[in-house]
Design a protein. Sequence first.
Length: 332
Amino acid sequence: MADVSQLLPRGDDHDRGQLFLVGALALAVTFVVLALVMNGVIYTENVSARDLATSTAPAIEYENEAKSVAAHLVTTERGDDYSQLEANVAGGLSAWSNTTQPFGAVEGRIAGVEDTTGSNGTALAQDNSTRNFTSGDETVSWTLATDVKTRDAWINATPEVTEDDIDGEDYQDLTADDGPFHLNITDGGGQVVTLFVYENGGDACVAVFDDETYENSSCTPGTDTVYVDLVSGTYGESPDDQSEEHEWLQVLERAGPDHTLEFGNADEVTGTYQFVVDAEYDDVEANFGSDPDAEPYAEKVLYVVEFQVRYRTQNVRYETTVCVAPGEPSYE
């Protein structure tokens, strides 16, 4: 009988098998080491990202506070001289920045607002709620501004024309002399978005037509007056009682920059309104009075301000340019 306990002879195939096994083990060890290294790198990056977010959070907060102060100043500063308006806003921002310095010293930071500049604009408005929306010389259909951007725009109107089926009405009939008040916003390509304000069953209502085609409408139940925010696309009985936002009513954003604002049948509504445009006063004042005692009136404002925010600590150096145009739509 053969001796089955005898070892098999070692040959080249056996040696190659051992080498393959050793190589596979080496690769496995390498992959494990690489995985550990990569996990360490990812962990370090995540920790660094969290640390960066934490360390820059006060800088972002400071920037946001500066924006809020600037928005308030731009909204409230009006007058007869653009240079003085810019100086007033710059001075207000500087004064606010100075009030934060003692806290910064305690916290070990240096922060400030610098290099404030403004772009000229004009507020087109009416404050007399019993007057209609005709121009200063009582023109019924007239142009407020041409080729402008508009921000902080609203109307607060009591309509006098009744429409009980506006979605079935012809656009040309609606814009005829006996039709309801409407605002035309014409974009740079000539396409017109029209906002109508009318009465239906004792309720004040608004409707939008896009290029002469009915799009949507809504009413304020139980009130004959409607306040429409033309930027956010909301409406209601008053500024404090507004609906949810409606894209169809965001007529300024839809028109984009470089649009023209026109009133039609302005004698068929009474109330107040405001449009802040990026045009110089001399370019738009023809149809308006020169002071708030006139109706309607044009007043010099800053359309937008730009400034530098600088924030530094031992570990953070944060600098950015900020532009503030309160109530401006998201123009593309």
